[in-house]
Write a protein that binds this ligand. Structure first.
Ligand code: CTP
Length: 398
């Protein structure tokens, strides 16, 4: 993503220590300008943020050190592509909600024209107070993004909602807000994710280690880029991104039927699911009881959903498969790309450090019918966007 100008406004709360990590992370890929309230400076020296960003911290409207020939609260607001208030205290939320402008940061907020994200963090009773809740509603009704505080043991010793979410989570939301390009707007994207479960008896099944993280990251990324997203998901323990249409399935047969129903109405089908190739020949009604003998299971083939989609899709539909291999990665992946009639295949090796089931990162090679590109290790979210970049280009060329 190109460098953006992010203005981080810091008000005075103990969660400021997490703002340091956020500012440090953001400064690696963006231009970051910090503004602090005078209470924030009681918790932390501006020097910390000046060192992290390489820029002076702005705080005062008047007084020594302020260049009165400039109008910093207006210039700062105009400069920003995005403003994030982190942490946002009850007092600062109230000032924003009611338009108070009695210091640099609150005055700057009145002049803001860019998207604004506020991240409240405070004592749980202060957060639950009607005044704070009403202020949050006022801000939301004006289109300001308010990140829900998380719950846990608070610095004051109380337990409840009021904690500032982790810097990584705030950064993800910032990156999402910065994506202006809605290059999937108007397109129906169908994504399969997670494992399938093949029942053996009422208590047992055959499955695999897929966590669903790659498919869910794709679903989030496609949503962020404006698509209508249908997520056909096997059983996983992560939450679907809000805004997707979720089709929960168990077995490969269930997944197959969901794909069959949606294929005609799909512009891009992304098959990130780890589908079980075989299922027990019979599903027993009663629990299998143990005996002293060995047990042999008889398995039969499941349908190959991707191969079916490759044969039945319309020409304009873009098809993306995945290949998870433990050896001969590129040779096997190339074979799957061709035999399943994919437009793009994402190949990853289980043996590679930073790739595989359950990790937050992935190392992948993208294969087109006529070329391939090996990508460095990156987050599943970043990889999701790389894959979508490739699919958008394919779609445009169709
Ligand atoms: N796939 C599918 N239906 C199946 C098996 C796989 O749709 N019954 C899809 C997967 O979602 C993935 C791609 O096919 O997009 C490749 O899956 P993978 O498990 O790597 O390969 P298989 O085709 O099953 O071949 P093998 O297990 O022999 O490597």
């Amino acid at each position: 993503m190109e460098k953006k100008r992010i203005l981080v406004g810091i008000s005075g709360g103990i969660a400021i220590y997490k703002a340091c990590q956020l500012v440090s992370n953001l400064s690696k890929t963006h231009e970051v300008q910090v503004v602090m309230t005078s209470h924030a400076k009681e918790f932390m020296s501006p020097l910390t943020f000046e060192t992290l960003t390489g820029r002076p911290v702005y705080s005062e409207m008047f007084g020594p050190g302020v260049d009165h020939s400039k109008v910093p609260h207006i210039d700062l607001a105009k400069w920003a592509d995005l403003i994030v208030i982190v942490p946002a205290t009850a007092n600062f939320l109230a000032k924003m909600a009611h338009g108070l402008a009695d210091d640099l940061m609150s005055s700057m907020m009145l002049a803001a024209r860019s998207p604004v994200l506020v991240c409240p963090a405070m004592n749980t009773y202060m957060l639950a107070h009607e005044a704070t809740q009403e202020n949050i509603h006022i801000l939301e009704s004006r289109g300001i993004h308010v990140l829900n505080a998380s719950s846990g043991l608070l610095a004051c010793g109380d337990y409840g909602a009021g904690k500032l979410p982790e810097p990584g989570q705030i950064q993800d939301i910032i990156e999402t807000l910065l994506i202006e390009e809605k290059d999937l707007a108007g397109l129906n994207v169908t994504i399969t994710a997670g494992p399938t479960r093949e029942a053996l008896d009422p208590v047992r099944f055959i499955s695999n280690y897929s966590s669903g993280k790659m498919g869910y990251a794709l679903a989030q990324a496609a949503l962020d880029r404006g698509a209508r997203v249908r997520l056909i998901s096997g059983p996983v323990s992560i939450d679907p991104p809000s805004g997707v249409e979720l089709y929960p399935v168990e077995s490969a047969q269930d997944m197959f039927e969901a794909v069959q129903n949606l294929l005609d109405d799909t512009d891009m089908l992304i098959k990130a699911a780890a589908v079980a190739d075989y299922r027990p020949k019979v599903i027993l009604d009663q629990k299998i009881k143990k005996s002293d003998d060995d047990l042999t299971l008889s398995l039969e083939r499941n349908p190959d959903i991707l191969a079916w989609a490759g044969e039945h899709k319309k020409d304009r539909t873009v098809l993306c498969g995945f290949a998870m291999e433990t050896r001969n990665l590129l040779k096997n992946a190339q074979k799957k790309l061709e035999s399943k009639h994919c437009d793009l295949l994402v190949a990853n090796s289980l043996k590679e450090e930073g790739a595989g089931f359950g990790t937050d990162t992935n190392v992948a090679t993208l294969l087109w019918p006529d070329r391939e590109e090996t990508l460095p290790m990156m987050s599943k979210k970043a990889l999701a966007h790389k894959i979508l970049d490739a699919l958008v280009a394919i779609k445009e060329a169709k």
